[in-house]
Design a protein around this ligand. Structure first.
Ligand code: AR6
Length: 174
């Protein structure tokens, strides 16, 4: 079975999937943007579990339960802060997608949703970030039989158009 890749526009906290990914910071103790929205929706138990994780490196990921969210799990990953592009930002962003999928697959996840990691407060330009997201996911799920669907959950119409364009490219068909 091949994994389906899909872009939608929406609030990631409302999705009934096995796992949603959080664009966190290295403290894992919450923040603004999608991180703030996820912590608000999941409730204080999420912060309590995150405290015990003692942070996360950039490019890496850690998994928790979803608590009051419709999603069963939250995978917290720390994207790179954009510093012009020559500080391994692309490599670190790709690593976020790879490590998140690895944790998801180990947890038996069948459906997972990603936000546009690093493209908000962390300033990663949207177009290269979307390309890295799609290409890394395509490469990571190529040999996986369990994962049914990967959703790119875009917050803006512009991001949705961008992802749809990239997913429609012939070389993206896998
Ligand atoms: N659902 C889906 N996407 C969302 C939502 C939502 N509810 N809210 C925002 N986005 P950002 P970063 C989009 O800034 O750039 C936090 O303070 C948003 O439009 O949340 O990785 C952390 O604690 C953008 O496209 O994450 C870190 O300190 C995308 O999510 C820092 O921000 C990512 O934007 C991480 O920065």
């Amino acid at each position: 079975m091949t994994t389906k890749l899909q872009a939608i526009r929406g609030d990631i906290t409302s999705l009934s999937v096995d796992a949603i990914v959080n664009a966190a910071n290295s403290s894992l103790l919450g923040g603004g943007g999608v991180d703030g929205a996820i912590h608000r929706a999941a409730g204080p138990e999420l912060l309590q579990e995150c405290r015990a994780l003692r942070g996360c490196d950039t490019g890496d990921a850690k998994i928790t339960k979803g608590y009051r969210l419709p999603a069963k799990h939250v995978i917290h990953t720390v994207g790179p802060v954009w510093q012009g592009g020559d500080h391994n930002e692309a490599g670190l962003l790709a690593s976020c997608y790879r490590q998140s999928l690895k944790l998801a697959i180990n947890a038996g996840t069948r459906t997972i949703a990603f936000p546009c990691i690093s493209t908000g407060v962390y300033g990663f330009p949207a177009t290269p970030a979307a390309r890295i997201a799609v290409e890394t996911v395509q490469a990571s799920v190529a040999s996986d039989a369990e994962l049914e669907k990967v959703i790119f959950c875009c917050f803006s119409e512009e991001d949705l158009k961008l992802y749809q364009q990239i997913l429609d490219e012939p070389e993206s068909l896998g």
